[in-house]
Design a binder for this molecule. Structure first.
Ligand code: DAH
Length: 351
């Protein structure tokens, strides 16, 4: 066959094969069909040995040209298909940056955590340190060292959960006042103390306003020349800072075994401002704290010389403050961890 005819046929066949190729992966088959070991162009080269010597040179040139042309066309197709596949991939994998992002649900501080932190910030600013104590406490620290010996009637109001067998002397603390006994004992140099102790306490109660587990915060100051005036000043400041400057504070004589004299502290009702409403049972006042001067027996049992040292202590319920502040009618909702309840506190407090 005339060489130019042959060349034309090969190129035509190549073009028609290439026309049918739509994917890069199929292009390899066409390449093999022409340039592979059994390929059309390869077979032509093997004919070289049959070519008379004087024509070999020209035949070689013909082979080279055809090979180059075939390669060029295949490469061109390769480039074309690569571009096409890349474009398709870019379109398919494109990210629509105009789509709004998915909202991440942010948690919020639990109302008890909020109030605890508010208390802590205030007292730390007055030079107190935060002391945590322990929740599984000895009978001694929870009661005896607070002037409440075994059989004392004050224990009745604080019935709690007791441990068994070899731990029968231990219980879940019923009041954060236990921190008083602990802190005095741990303070081995018997110097001044100024602490607050927020934390969980436990009692055998359960109704809408009492939970078997709730939170208190205790304060204890021990130093030389501490008087009832210090107690009054501190607690008045505390109530006004937490509940608002307009709040009036009233001290009523009371009894606690570990303080003498003892007081209960009332504040003007947050809801009606003192005029009288259902929250304050028409009295205009709400009781918020127990407090008093540390009983000399308690100081002595804690290793302090009651002739040289005096102190004052106070305790209040954190849940109680949360219930008032956020108008929560049932204490149990505070502990149920229901997201619908908790998410209501997902906002910044406005002063
Ligand atoms: N611990 C007492 C209670 O749970 C509250 C209390 C009263 C604490 C008087 C005190 C205090 O430190 O002085 O009812």
């Amino acid at each position: 066959m005339e060489k130019s005819m042959e060349r034309e046929n090969i190129i035509k066949k190549l073009e028609s094969e290439l026309n049918g190729v739509e994917k890069l992966s199929d292009l390899a088959n066409v390449k093999a069909m022409f340039l592979g070991r059994e390929g059309i162009v390869t077979k032509l080269s093997s004919k070289m040995k049959e070519i008379p010597n004087e024509e070999k040179r020209e035949y070689g040139k013909f082979l080279n040209e055809i090979k180059n042309e075939v390669e060029e066309k295949i490469n061109f197709k390769f480039q074309e298909l690569s571009d096409k596949e890349l474009k398709e991939k870019l379109i398919k994998d494109a990210i629509d940056i105009t789509l709004p992002g998915r909202k991440i649900k942010k948690g919020s501080l639990h109302p008890l955590t909020r109030i605890t932190e508010e208390f802590e910030d205030l007292f730390v600013s007055m030079g107190y340190t935060v002391y945590s104590g322990v929740e599984v406490e000895s009978d001694e620290n929870c009661f005896q060292k607070l002037n409440i010996p075994k059989g004392h009637p004050a224990r009745d109001a604080q019935d709690t959960f007791y441990l068994k067998d070899e731990f029968e002397n231990f219980l879940l603390r019923s009041q954060t006042s236990t921190a008083q006994a602990r802190a005095m004992e741990e303070n081995t140099d018997k110097g001044p103390i100024r602490i607050i102790c927020p934390g969980k306490v436990y009692r055998r109660d359960e109704d809408a306003t009492h939970s078997h587990q709730f939170m208190q915060i205790e304060g204890l100051v021990i130093d030389h020349d501490v008087s009832m005036a210090d107690l009054k000043g501190t607690l008045e400041l505390f109530c006004k800072k937490i509940l608002g400057e307009k709040t009036k504070v009233r001290f009523r004589p009371s009894f606690f075994p570990f303080t003498e004299p003892s007081v209960e502290v009332d504040v003007t009702c947050f809801k009606c401002g003192g005029r009288g409403c259902n929250l304050c049972k028409d009295t205009g006042w709400i009781e918020v704290l127990g407090a008093g001067m540390v009983h000399p027996n308690v100081l002595e049992m804690g290793g302090y010389d009651s002739k040289k040292y005096q102190g004052f202590a106070f305790g209040t319920g954190i849940d109680r403050f949360a219930m008032f502040k956020y108008a929560i009618p049932d204490i149990r909702t505070i502990y149920a961890n229901d997201i619908r309840f908790l998410s209501q506190f997902d906002r910044k407090d406005v002063d």
